[in-house]
Design a protein around this ligand. Structure first.
Ligand SMILES: Cc1cc2nc3c(=O)[nH]c(=O)nc-3n(C[C@H](O)[C@H](O)[C@H](O)COP(=O)(O)OP(=O)(O)OC[C@H]3O[C@@H](n4cnc5c(N)ncnc54)[C@H](O)[C@@H]3O)c2cc1C
Length: 435
């Protein structure tokens, strides 16, 4: 009879969480196998070097900032090249498709409203410590839908519209679903700075050779065995170990580390079954159900950085100028706001920020309908902090749980994925010692 392959740890998912955990476990002398469903590593980051006219496109995670100490340390460790964003000379504001010719997004008589909006954000961000679980701090009043928070703090006019749209942009979620707390956390993680929050979203550093350059470096250093195109279907744990069934075979591990997005858990057959809270989280899924669309356009300002409300995209920003035009990165808080496969529709949405734009090309990945993601980044729905913040990363016997959704300071970011990979590896090593 063929002997089943045996490993100390089977890591499920080759995103930044899985790759980091595998490296840490290998460094501790463990025998590690990574099973990855797709035919590539990187998970929710996906660099396509053949992008537009030689400018490579990040279909998923892109920007990092020095305050993200885990990813920053990895970049330094491997000497991976990154570059800072070029600052736009001005911001563009689109009020329901009408571009405002003003320095600030509101008329002078509404400046006070804008001040109030910024103050409300900073005050809220200063109320908690992003390094500790938010469900253990006194901030349940902030774990409400984005639109409700704007109402609660008494925002009005364009300041309110902009704030809601900005929060939805950060959440990649709509105003009725996304948790305001999960967005305010960004500000808190940047020492309660609004400017810091903008940097962490779309004006931070990018990878010169794509996020893949860092993912490859971590994988190569760790030297774990990797099987691609190997979606896991079943996880069967007993007192002595865990049997993992995937398309292609069955392996046995002393312990398993799950790093897949939460929405995917429900599609895997767990024995014993997942506890009720984890299963409920998987079924509810998170609120990050929006779009990221790349467009190549003519007749667009070469440094456009546009925020809009009542528009299809909530952000349209220039990343590069090629021979044919300006490369734009665009976000929408719902997955069907723009038909990314239809240049006319993308052009319609871009024209809300640059009225004369002619869109020549567009590219996007539908993360929401991708069976191995079921969403973009894992912003909690309003109310999910209390119910699931601690449960998503809690081990279930020999099955451990990582992924950026289990991180603290930078959950939902690349940094959070790396933080979680380190945490999970340490947890597994400690548990292995005890047993
Ligand atoms: C459009 C978009 C834009 C983003 N922008 C930024 C940004 O600018 N900055 C930033 O820091 N972060 C950003 N993020 C978030 C960031 O990319 C993620 O938080 C991070 O990459 C998640 O890493 P992870 O390892 O936790 O999960 P993932 O990268 O999702 O890895 C999980 C892996 O599990 C695999 N998998 C799933 N199911 C199975 C299965 N059944 N069997 C085996 N394998 C399976 C998946 O294929 C995947 O490779 C963005 C994400 C998206 C989608």
């Amino acid at each position: 009879m063929h002997e089943m392959d045996r490993y100390d740890v089977v890591v499920i998912g080759a995103g930044f969480a899985g790759l980091t955990a595998a490296r840490e476990l290998r460094e501790a002398g463990k025998n590690v196998l990574i099973l990855e469903a797709r035919d590539r590593i990187g998970g929710s980051t996906w660099y396509q070097p053949d992008g537009f006219d030689g400018f490579g496109l990040e279909m998923g995670g892109t920007w990092i900032v020095p305050q993200q100490t885990h990813v920053w340390a990895e970049v330094r460790r491997y000497g991976v090249a990154i570059k800072d964003s070029e600052m736009p000379s001005r911001m563009t504001w689109s009020d329901r498709g009408e571009v405002l010719e003003s320095l600030l997004p509101v008329a002078p008589h509404e400046y006070e409203q804008l001040e109030h909006a910024v103050r409300s954000l900073i005050e809220a961000a200063s109320r908690f410590d992003p390094l500790r679980p938010l469900s253990e701090q006194d901030v349940a009043d902030l774990d409400v839908p984005i639109g409700r928070w704007a109402e609660d703090v008494g925002l009005t006019g364009n300041a309110k519209e902009l704030m809601i749209s900005w929060f939805c942009g950060c959440a990649n979620a709509d105003a009725e679903t996304g948790s305001a707390l999960d967005v305010i956390r960004w500000c808190s993680s940047m020492d309660s700075s609004l400017w810091g929050m903008v940097q962490a979203s779309v004006l931070g550093f990018t990878f010169v050779g794509g996020t893949a350059s860092l993912a490859r470096a971590i994988l190569a250093d760790g030297g774990a065995e990797l099987r691609l195109s190997s979606p896991v279907r079943g996880i069967d744990a007993d007192e002595k170990g865990v049997t993992v069934a995937y398309d292609g075979g069955v392996v046995r591990g002393d312990r398993v580390l799950m790093t897949t997005p939460v929405g995917v858990w429900q599609d895997i057959e767990f024995t014993p079954a997942l506890p009720a809270d984890k299963l409920a989280m998987s079924r509810e899924n998170h609120a990050g159900q929006g779009q990221k669309v790349w467009a190549l356009a003519r007749d667009v300002p070469a440094d456009i950085s546009g925020f809009g409300w009542g528009t299809s995209f909530d952000y349209v920003g220039a990343m590069e100028t090629t021979e044919r035009g300006v490369v734009l990165v665009c976000f929408a808080p719902e997955h069907d706001r723009v038909d990314a496969g239809d240049l006319v529709d993308v052009q319609r949405a871009v024209r809300e920020f640059a009225p004369r734009a002619e869109v020549l090309d567009a590219r996007s990945h539908d993360w929401v309908h991708d069976e191995f993601s079921k969403g973009t980044w894992a912003t909690f729905r309003a109310g999910q902090f209390a119910k699931y913040e601690l449960c998503v990363g809690r081990p279930e016997g020999r099955v451990h749980f990582g992924g950026s959704h289990t991180a603290r300071r930078w959950r939902t970011f690349i940094d959070g994925a790396i933080e979680s990979g380190k945490r999970a590896a340490a947890e597994i090593l400690a548990a292995a010692k005890e047993s």
